[in-house]
Design a protein around this ligand. Structure first.
Ligand code: ATP
Ligand code: SF4
Ligand code: MG
Length: 378
């Protein structure tokens, strides 16, 4: 799907990022690929927060890096603010990069411990020619610290002198220092205490309003994503399996994977909580080096149907269910029948398998950690 309107800031079109798996000491032989991101289309509108969720290893960070062109796509393209990022080089790429900043999970490892906060914040501003004179720079530094709720005295201190939450505020101030349009926040609160998480999330929301920012927030915690996001995309093994407005997704998750993820999280709305189903997601995520054929979720899906689920990869599509808007898309052949209760669940049991077994006999230890075998009929 191509973005047709000006309100789209980021347009990810059919992006794939495949990492080659090499073998051999003298001659590097490519023996396979890690299909980290394997065909993602998504748009992020100006001023919105897009939340990306999924289990560890499903490709969330790789997709974030592809948007920054830190990981050039194997296929597809990313159009940022009307320009194909891959078509840029030199000064124009540098200028565009300023518009996209990252906030990382662990601020301690992303902030140089030898630099004071002042020097950390000035670094990007200088690199992009945003420091006109000392007085203006000083005023800007104070403004940045105030925006993230830190005192001006913080300027002379070093990262290790701060708590985790304060360090994340410095990381956010650094991202803001170059006046970006998009902030990609990769697990921005995962390393923080729960009480501090809420403060940082609230800060991100305040800053969005104040500076008109657009966010891509990557997290495995559904509660975090729900709180902050306008829209949510659920990723499984390198692809989006569901996308909807946050409220729609949480009120009526349609994909079996989303339903399983959601069923593990208590919902604040008591009515929804009462109706909440519990689906146990059995088994590990299959290896992205050897993803299942057909629907990638079929090895863990309690609604798997013969034989379509095993052979035909479902595309993200609008479903025909009363009350479900066209903005709610899902990649499941049987989403309607599952939502209407026409298909029964069946048990799925994890069984250990030979990790070297699979489509390729040359993957060695790159095979999946476990696969799932069904124990009951459908
Ligand atoms: N540079 C790389 N070379 C080879 N494989 C990679 C590389 N970067 C990531 N991968 C693999 O790609 C897959 C997706 O990784 P990614 O870091 O994007 O997942 P993630 O969803 O961000 O996980 P997490 O929640 O643990 O951060 C993983 O199997 C990972 O091992
Ligand atoms: S397509 Fe089949 S295996 Fe995949 S989620 Fe839907 S029912 Fe499950
Ligand atoms: Mg990650």
């Amino acid at each position: 799907m191509t973005a047709a309107t000006d309100d789209v800031l980021v347009d990810v079109q059919g992006v794939k990022v495949h990492f080659p798996i090499k073998k051999g000491v003298i001659f590097d032989r490519t023996i396979g690929y890690v299909y980290a991101v394997d065909g993602v289309d998504l748009q992020i509108r100006r001023g919105e927060t897009y939340g990306l969720v999924g289990e560890s290893g499903c490709g969330k960070s790789t997709l974030g890096r592809a948007i920054l062109n830190l990981e050039p796509p194997t296929e597809g393209k990313v159009v940022f603010d009307g320009t194909d990022i891959a078509s840029l080089s030199g000064e124009t790429l540098r200028t565009k990069r300023k518009d996209i900043q990252m906030v990382f999970q662990d601020p301690l490892s992303s902030l140089d411990p030898r630099q004071s906060v002042e020097s950390l914040l000035l670094e990007g501003m200088k690199a992009h020619g945003l420091v006109k004179d000392a007085k203006a720079a000083n005023a800007r530094l104070r403004e940045l610290l105030k925006a993230v709720g830190l005192p001006a005295a913080a300027l002379r201190k070093y990262p290790h002198e701060f708590s985790g939450g304060q360090r994340q505020r410095i990381g956010i101030a650094r991202a803001l220092s170059v006046d970006p349009k998009l902030i990609v926040a990769d697990e921005p609160v995962s390393a923080l205490d729960v009480s501090v998480q809420a403060q940082v999330i609230n800060l991100l929301e305040d800053l969005q309003e104040k500076f008109g920012l657009t966010y891509l927030v990557v997290a495995h915690d559904l509660a975090v994503v729900r709180h902050i996001s306008d829209r949510v995309g659920v990723m499984y093994l390198g692809a989006l399996v569901e996308e909807a407005a946050a409220d729609d997704l949480y009120a009526a998750p349609l994909h079996p994977y989303t339903r399983a993820l959601m069923s593990a999280v208590p919902v604040p709305d008591p009515l929804v909580e009462d109706r909440r189903e519990r689906i146990l997601l059995t088994g590990d995520l299959p290896s992205p080096a050897n993803p299942p054929k057909g629907c990638r979720f079929h090895t863990r899906c309690p609604w798997r149907q013969p034989t379509r689920c095993d052979t035909e990869r479902p595309q993200l599509r609008v479903v025909e269910i009363d009350g479900v808007p066209a903005t709610h898309r899902v990649a499941c052949h049987f989403a309607e029948a599952i939502a209407l209760g026409e298909l029964g669940e069946h048990e799925v049991e994890a069984v250990a398998v030979d990790p070297t077994a699979g489509e390729s006999d040359d993957f060695g230890s790159f095979g999946g950690p476990a696969a799932i075998g069904e124990v009951t009929d459908i």
